[in-house]
Design a protein around this ligand. Structure first.
Ligand SMILES: Cc1cc2nc3c(=O)[nH]c(=O)nc-3n(C[C@H](O)[C@H](O)[C@H](O)COP(=O)(O)OP(=O)(O)OC[C@H]3O[C@@H](n4cnc5c(N)ncnc54)[C@H](O)[C@@H]3O)c2cc1C
Length: 399
């Protein structure tokens, strides 16, 4: 009986893999289709940040999946921000009360762990190298192409989840429908990842348990710790203008820029110039859409439904929260999918739009205000986040 319930998930990223675990725990037969080769063998090429901040919003879903301990073992607690002034001065700002933190996790490590855990269920099947081409809405089927052979085919299902990321082909099919609302907004900033390697004894070169920020008014550098002793750094900078990526083309320009704005980082980044030249400069997009479901058979989750800019550190966490909410709606409506999708799609987009707005606003706080002593004093005196309950902490925690 239990195995008669079937679902197709498009995309084995962070949200798709976690959602497969949750459905499998409930006895669903789950087929997960992923465009990439099996990254457990082929190596993880995410094309996005190497590490991420996991907050309470996300931990709840990890707990429902029953894998908190496994993830905690590879997560580094970051109980506060460590701000770096241009003079090298450090200021520490706790995010919450003692014992509260956000956690730095490896994107690839987390994704692989989630796929491995899902794969332990006999009724979960992963189909790698299968690129979704779109959805045939009339007969509720998903079109795929095997990227190795070029063979195209369709899979019919009464339950299809689009967890195929910000440029979701599942969502693109829904976009052709009348009364489907959709917007995509790029900001004028891009980002580039850089690296602070570990010391020779594999310890971190800066304070381990903190999210490091170099706020510089119109731009910023951040660094999150990795378990191997390194830090993954991300430079957020306008594409054009005086201090911008377009003006950082040569080695001389890059070094002069870092000497002016981030002098304390230079000795920590022995491959700075090489990394700057080789690593891509990527764009940042906000995607909003509504409704998230079609005919109670197709549902969008994660970035496919709500991609946000990373400055609130909440994109994955929100995708995980989608899973938490759906799991509770499955209890509430005894797995009656029309009722679940109606309620989810009626309420959830408003919340995700609010987080998308907060993410855009938090960029201003991070790049600019955290360097302002008056702001830090105000933040310290504010009780909601710093001395509130665990619940308020859950709501407020951010990069
Ligand atoms: C620089 C940066 C830093 C970030 N930091 C944080 C952070 O600290 N905390 C946080 O919570 N979030 C963060 N995010 C956001 C986070 O990366 C995303 O919200 C999260 O990855 C969304 O997960 P997802 O599974 O919905 O989509 P994705 O991770 O994009 O996964 C989508 C999956 O679908 C697959 N796919 C795509 N197209 C197809 C197709 N045609 N057919 C089949 N499969 C397909 C992809 O290969 C991928 O496996 C950050 C983002 C960026 C860019």
């Amino acid at each position: 009986m239990a195995n008669e319930r079937k679902a197709v998930i498009v995309g084995a990223g962070l949200v798709g893999a976690l959602w497969a675990v949750i459905l499998a725990k409930r006895g669903y037969q789950v087929d997960v289709y992923e465009r990439r080769a099996d990254f457990r063998q082929a190596g993880y090429v995410g094309g996005r940040s190497i590490n991420l901040a996991l907050s309470e919003r996300g931990w709840k879903a990890v707990e429902i999946a029953g894998i908190r301990e496994k993830i905690e073992a590879v997560a580094i607690p970051m109980p506060g921000r460590m701000m770096h002034g241009t003079d090298g001065a450090l200021t520490y700002q706790p995010y919450g009360e003692e014992g509260q933190a956000i956690y730095s996790v490896s994107r690839g490590g987390l994704n692989i762990e989630l796929v491995n855990i899902a794969d332990e269920f006999s009724q979960v099947r992963f189909h790698f190298n299968q690129a979704c081409l779109g959805v045939d809405l009339d007969n509720s089927s998903v079109r795929f192409e095997d990227t190795r052979t070029g063979v195209q085919y369709a899979i019919e299902s009464d339950l299809i989840f689009g967890t195929d990321g910000a440029f979701s082909p599942v969502r693109q099919s829904l976009q052709k429908l009348p009364r489907f609302n959709y917007s995509q907004q790029y900001i004028d900033y891009g980002y580039k990842e850089l690296c602070i390697p570990p010391n020779e004894d594999e310890t971190h070169r800066m304070h381990t348990n903190g999210l490091h920020i170099w706020p510089r008014g119109q731009f910023m550098l951040i660094a999150l710790p990795n378990v191997d002793g390194s830090f993954t750094c991300t430079l957020f900078l306008p594409f054009e203008g005086e201090a911008s990526f377009e003006n950082l083309k040569s080695e001389v320009q890059v070094m002069a820029f870092f000497e002016k704005y981030f002098p304390d980082v230079i000795p920590l980044m022995p491959t700075l110039v090489q990394d700057f030249a080789e690593n891509p400069t990527s764009a940042l997009v906000t995607v909003r859409c509504n409704p998230w479901h079609y005919h109670h058979k197709i549902l969008l989750l994660g970035d496919a439904a709500h991609a946000i800019v990373p400055f609130f550190g909440q994109g994955m966490n929100c995708g995980f929260e989608d899973c938490t909410i759906l799991d509770s709606l499955m209890d509430k409506y005894e797995e009656n999918w029309p009722a679940i999708m109606e309620e989810f799609s009626a309420n959830r987009p408003e919340d995700s739009n609010a987080i998308a707005d907060l993410a855009l606003l938090n960029f201003i706080e991070m790049r600019d205000k955290v360097a302002d002593p008056k702001f830090l004093l105000w933040k310290k005196s504010k009780s909601t986040c710093t001395s509130g309950s665990r619940r308020s902490f859950n709501r407020c925690i951010q990069w």
